[in-house]
Design a protein around this ligand. Structure first.
Ligand SMILES: NC(=O)C1=CN([C@@H]2O[C@H](COP(=O)(O)OP(=O)(O)OC[C@H]3O[C@@H](n4cnc5c(N)ncnc54)[C@H](OP(=O)(O)O)[C@@H]3O)[C@@H](O)[C@H]2O)[C@@H](O)CC1
Ligand SMILES: Nc1ncnc2c1ncn2[C@@H]1O[C@H](COP(=O)(O)OP(=O)(O)OP(=O)(O)O)[C@@H](O)[C@H]1O
Length: 494
């Protein structure tokens, strides 16, 4: 059954801070990552750097001595304190931060239990501080000899805590038999019916029931259960995020998510109170972090496929996050008659809510010198986007000649999308609704309106990448064929 949906990308836009010249360093979040060990130095680095790329101003890492040099050498952006064994020093740095991510690469040495007790106590003293618990921190809560003490502490904190178990970590919380394979099958079924949507989930929905129960058992702390579908719940209200993510399951993606969360939990108050209940804001910042991380991973996956590694995803964040925040619009190139040809394989069939096309090529209408180049692109394209300017009638009239080119050169099963740009403008457009309807009746191709400037209807352009959020607009060859046949026309191409 289809679920009540929310617009994940719009949520991110509302959540991310609007940058102003009056701001000072630290206002957009000072994130403290507590983790790292002799074996694992990548995990805290991924979390720290991701928190910065997701908007945070400053990232501190507290780690043991033996992890500090490697972490420092990965990035000068991270402020690394090798003081995990010095609890007073650790607590001091907690005072200097706005959120704490604890667990990535921490290891499971029993002696750390005492340190964790004191860290959680400190969070209790500062009600503004949010605690994101991942990886080995979850192990300490569910498996260590300190677990009962830590569980009681977590209950004291309630919604100040966000726990992010993957399926194995979640299983460790379950006292009864919990069949991972069976659960994943249910998640996959859910994903297939709700692909690329985010929405509200019933507390007794089969994939959520035990997650919501666990949250309630911990006094309604927020749980983000990662998986094929991410489930976010405080035991009262639950959401799912079925945004398409990476198919390459390389290590470190959970660390990236914990870093994004470390930043995003600082922004929950940016959500407007006239639209969101106060009690929902923290939960929704977690939904936004899940959606953003999956979008970013998907973007990385389209680029690198089987070679994807965690740093590829992190590097993509500098492209995708500002776009989601509406901070970057290079709309000039989307003027009249511009033709986009997608040369990278894109997943039109699965109705993704975001397409990120690399190597988008463009040409301006009628400029002959580009024709031979673009003819080669036609052949390689899986999808073609024709963009016209709603305020320039000529650009609309040109569509027919562009379509002829497409039909002549492109693959038979190419997907064609037509977008009327500049839909952000208030004044009446030169191309009217009736014009567009007539065009659709003639060709079988639906026209969508959008604005690359304001991001209206999800068409956003960033450098040489076109990001198309939220909607899948498509017109298949057979739909065009039916429209022509209905009018008694026969064509070799549709
Ligand atoms: N570069 C670095 O520094 C990185 C460091 N990291 C750090 O490593 C530490 C340990 O964390 P962890 O997640 O590897 O340990 P744990 O919870 O014991 O799970 C391990 C085993 O569980 C299974 N398994 C997992 N998922 C499953 C699934 N969906 N479905 C089914 N099975 C699944 C699978 O077992 P297998 O099937 O291979 O036997 C897997 O091998 C922690 O500190 C973390 O932060 C990582 O962040 C990565 C990058
Ligand atoms: N099957 C999947 N398809 C798409 N995205 C997924 C899938 N499983 C997990 N994710 C996403 O990947 C991210 C990390 O989840 P994952 O389960 O890999 O965490 P993890 O095992 O803790 O990672 P790490 O390797 O850092 O320890 C989350 O954003 C989650 O939504």
């Amino acid at each position: 059954m289809q679920k009540a949906q929310i617009n994940g990308s719009a949520l991110i836009k509302m959540l991310l801070p609007k940058l102003e010249s009056s701001m000072y360093k630290g206002q957009n979040g000072k994130i403290l990552v507590i983790g790292g060990s002799k074996e694992y130095t990548g995990a805290p680095y991924y979390a720290g750097v991701s928190s910065l790329k997701a908007g945070g101003d400053i990232a501190h890492i507290i780690c043991p001595e033996e992890a500090s040099i490697p972490i420092k050498s990965y990035s000068p952006e991270l402020i690394v304190h090798p003081c995990l064994n010095d609890i007073q020093e650790t607590l001091k740095w907690m005072d200097a931060c706005t959120s704490v991510v604890i667990g990535p690469g921490l290891g499971r040495e029993e002696k750390l239990g005492q340190t964790l007790n004191e860290i959680i106590d400190k969070v209790q003293d500062n009600k503004q501080l949010k605690l994101v618990g991942d990886a080995d921190f979850l192990w300490f809560i569910s498996q260590s000899s300190h677990k009962f003490v830590i569980q009681e502490q977590i209950k004291q904190l309630g919604k100040q805590v966000i726990l992010t178990p993957n399926i194995v970590e979640f299983q460790r919380f379950m006292h009864h038999e919990y069949n991972i394979k069976e659960y994943q099958k249910l998640e996959l079924e859910f994903f297939e019916s709700n692909r690329n949507t985010c929405g509200i989930l019933d507390n007794d929905e089969v994939i959520n029931k035990e997650v919501a129960q666990l949250s309630r058992a911990f006094n309604n702390c927020i749980i983000l259960k990662k998986g094929v579908v991410d489930i976010i719940t405080d035991g009262v209200t639950s959401y799912y995020v079925a945004t398409e993510g990476s198919l390459k399951r390389c290590g470190g993606q959970g660390d990236i998510l914990s870093g994004v969360l470390g930043a995003f939990v600082n922004y929950s108050e940016n959500l407007p109170s006239d639209q969101f209940e106060q009690s929902q804001k923290s939960l929704l910042s977690v939904v936004a972090a899940s959606h953003a991380t999956r979008l970013i991973s998907y973007a990385g996956y389209l680029d690198k496929t089987i070679s994807l590694t965690a740093p590829d995803i992190i590097n993509n964040m500098s492209q995708v996050t500002p776009v989601l925040a509406n901070h970057v619009f290079l709309s000039d190139l989307l003027d009249s008659g511009v033709l986009f040809i997608l040369t990278k394989k894109s997943n039109f069939k699965s109705q993704p809510s975001i397409h990120l096309f690399n190597n988008v090529q463009w040409d301006t209408a009628g400029q002959e010198r580009y024709r031979t180049i673009t003819n080669a692109y036609y052949r390689g394209a899986d999808g073609i986007i024709l963009v016209f300017d709603l305020y320039k009638r000529d650009s609309f009239n040109n569509l027919h000649s562009w379509l002829k080119e497409v039909e002549k050169h492109a693959k038979n099963d190419v997907h064609i999308i037509i977008i009327g740009n500049k839909a952000d403008k208030e004044e009446p457009a030169e191309v009217t609704e009736a014009d567009m309807q007539k065009f659709t009746a003639d060709t079988g191709i639906q026209i969508y309106t959008a604005s690359a400037k304001s991001g209206k209807n999800g068409l956003i352009k960033c450098q040489r990448k076109l990001i198309w959020v939220e909607q899948c607009w498509k017109s298949k060859k057979n739909e065009r064929k039916q429209a022509c046949e209905a009018k008694g026309e026969q064509r070799s191409h549709y």
